[in-house]
Ligand binder design. Sequence first.
Ligand code: T4K
Length: 387
Amino acid sequence: MNKLKSPIYVTKPSLPDLQEFLPYLEQIWDTKILTNNGPFHKQLEKELGEFLGVPYISLFANGTLALVTALQVLGISGEVITTPYSFVATSHSLLWNNIKPAFIDIEPEFCNLDPGKIEAAITSKTTAILPVHVYGNPCKVERIGEIANRHGLKVIYDAAHSFGVDYNGQSVCNYGDISILSFHATKVFNTMEGGAIICHDANTKKQIDFLKNFGFAGETAIMACGINSKMNEMQAALGLLQLKQHHENKGKRKVIDHLYRANLEGIKGISFLAEPKNTESNYAYFPIFVDEQEYGLSRDLLYEKLKEKGIYGRRYFYPLISEFPMYEVYKSANSPKLLKAHEASQKVICLPIYPDLKLHEVEFVITCISDFAGAIESKKMGAAIKK
Ligand code: T4K
C-alpha cells in the first residue's frame, strides 16, 4: 500500500471549462454591471427556481448570511431549538440575531435533529426550530412540521448540504417556513461563495431582497437594519454554467457513493448511513463511523493514518457546536443530554467524494481502511500464535 502521488481531499470543487466562462466575463466587462441585481443574478434566480422546483428564491453572498437573514425576515427571537451536530454557522446565525440556541440530541439513523426531543425543550421563549438536513439527508420534516404547527413555532431549515435533494417528489427546500442553501466551494453546486433563501410567498421574498441590500425599500426608504449580502455578477454567471453540469456531476458522485457502500460493508467496526427512503439524493458527503472496539483503531488514529497515505478526510462534525467553549454558556443543569450527537461526532470521518475523484483513488481509500483493520487482525493473530 503506497502513498498517493497527489493528496486527495474531502472535496474538490467542480468548475466549468474556462473558455465557456470567458464570454460571461466579457459581458460583465462591457456592461460594467458588477452587482446589485444585475442580469446574471436575475437569470440565475429564475433558472434555479425552475431547476429546483421552488416557488421563490433569493440569492445570497453565502449561506451564513442567508441564515442570518432568514431568521430576521421571520422575526425570530428568544430561544430556538436546534442541533449541535452541524457546522458552526448554523448556531452562529442565532447568536448574530441575539437568539439563544437550545440544543437537543440527534437521531442516529441520519444524524438529524430528533423530533422526539423537541417538545421537552420548548419554553415560553421558544419561537422557532432550526434543523439541518445533515449531509443532505432529509430531516423528519412531517413530524417537525406537525410539532411546529401545534406549538405555533416557525421552522427554518438549514439546507446548506441539500442542493438538488428531492423528498417525496419535490425539493426538500419546500418544507418548513424557509430553507437556506450554501453554494460554497465545498458544496455540490458552487458559485465559489454563495447561498440562497427559499420561501413560499412573494411578500417574504420582497422583504428578504430588501434585507440583503441594507434594508433599502426603494431609493430613499429603509425598512429595517438590513445588511449587504448580495451575490455579485461573477458568482451568478458561474452559477449559470455550474447548473448545466449538475446532473452529470451528481451521477459521478453516485458511482463513488455506491462503490464505498459496496466495499466498506464487510469491514468490521466501520458503518455508514443508509440511503434515505423516498429521496433523490445529491451524494454530497460520505461519512463513515468508526467503532474503536470493533475496528481496532480509534477514529482519530484512522484519520491520521489516512492522512499519512495522502487521504484528507474531515471530521464533520467534530467537535459538537455545543462543545465549543464559547457555546458552553448556553448550557444549564436542565439542558438535554446530547449523547447520540456526541457519539456520532466522536466516530465520524467524511471520506473524499467529488466528481473528479478517480475510481482507483476511491479503491485506494477503501483498501487503506480495509488493510489497516487487516493489519490489526494479523498483529493480534501473530501475538496469539506467539503465546
Ligand atoms: N450550514 C451548514 C450545515 C454548513 O455546513 C455550512 C457550511 C453553512 C451553514 C454555511 O454556509 P457558507 O456560509 O459556508 O456558504 C467548509 C466550508 O467552508 C463550509 O462552507 C461548510 N459548511 C463546511 C462543512 O465545510 P472547512 O473549514 O472544512 O473548509 P476547507 O477550506 O477546509 O475545505 C475542505 C477541503 O475542500 C479542503 O481540504 C480542500 C477543498 N477545497 C476547499 C476550498 C475552500 C478546495 O479544493 N478548494 C477550495 O476553494 O469548511
